[in-house]
Design a binder for this molecule. Structure first.
Ligand code: DC
Length: 225
């Protein structure tokens, strides 16, 4: 393995990107960057201001007030700091998920976050996950992986997570929300969710988490030694 490296992991929601990327980063002893959390923080910032995710004029006006820091703590959790406040626990609600997907289609938001993501990869060796990491953010990444699974498998996993948290949402509603989000993420004009030409696709539909982690590791070792 090179001294400084970048691994890009893209794919739709619920494919296991965060869990598998965090695990891979731990095994490789590098930083894990969850770029979805960065978009979620922007969405949360505007929701708190009462500004809708499609309100381009107000987003342009107030984006400079959205100061984001990332605190990589020893617990392995990427803490998101918005204007000095840790908002990590506020970012996983269905409302923030939907707003993040809408606001992520705003070119000015993507532009605003691009340097931050590239700068992290310059400073640290990273496993970075998102939608456009291999295609736009880190086109020269050492390894690119497109992680996917069937709609139903992804919705089932998300449904189980929500149930564990005690949230009452039907499987049908989870599947419908997920499809709507995928549709938006894959069809937006700028930096859509897409497999990079040189990415290796890994379909985890029939895999347990341990099997998927082993398959991912094998791809990385095959490419980087
Ligand atoms: O990975 P996630 O579900 O936490 O991401 C939340 C939203 O942010 C997702 O619906 C699309 C957007 N996103 C993006 O457009 N580009 C990225 N690199 C990461 C996330």
């Amino acid at each position: 393995m090179k001294q400084h490296f970048a691994i890009a992991i893209d794919g739709p929601s619920g494919a296991g990107k965060s869990t598998l990327s965090r695990r891979l980063a731990r095994e490789l002893g590098c930083s894990y960057v969850d770029t979805g959390a960065i978009y979620r923080t922007v969405a949360y910032h505007f929701a708190m201001l009462g500004i809708g995710p499609k309100d381009t004029d107000n987003i342009r006006r107030f984006l400079p007030d959205c100061a984001i820091d990332i605190d990589f703590q020893a617990d392995g959790v990427q803490h998101m700091i918005l204007n000095g406040k840790d908002v990590t626990d506020e970012l996983r609600t269905p409302e923030v998920s939907a707003a993040a997907s809408v606001i992520a289609a705003q070119p000015l938001v993507r532009e605003y976050l691009l340097d931050m993501q590239r700068d992290l990869a310059r400073r640290y060796s990273v496993v970075m996950d998102g939608r456009d990491i291999g295609t736009v953010v880190l086109p020269d990444a050492d390894v690119k992986i497109y992680l996917t699974a069937s709609d139903e498998a992804r919705a089932q996993r998300r449904f189980a997570e929500l149930q564990e948290k005690g949230e009452k949402k039907s499987y049908k509603a989870v599947l419908a929300d997920m499809r709507a989000r995928d549709e938006r993420d894959a069809n937006r004009a700028i930096a859509p969710l897409k497999k990079a030409k040189d990415a290796v696709e890994l379909d985890t539909t029939e895999m347990t988490l341990d099997e998927a982690a082993a398959a991912l590791r094998k791809i990385v070792e095959g490419r980087c030694g």
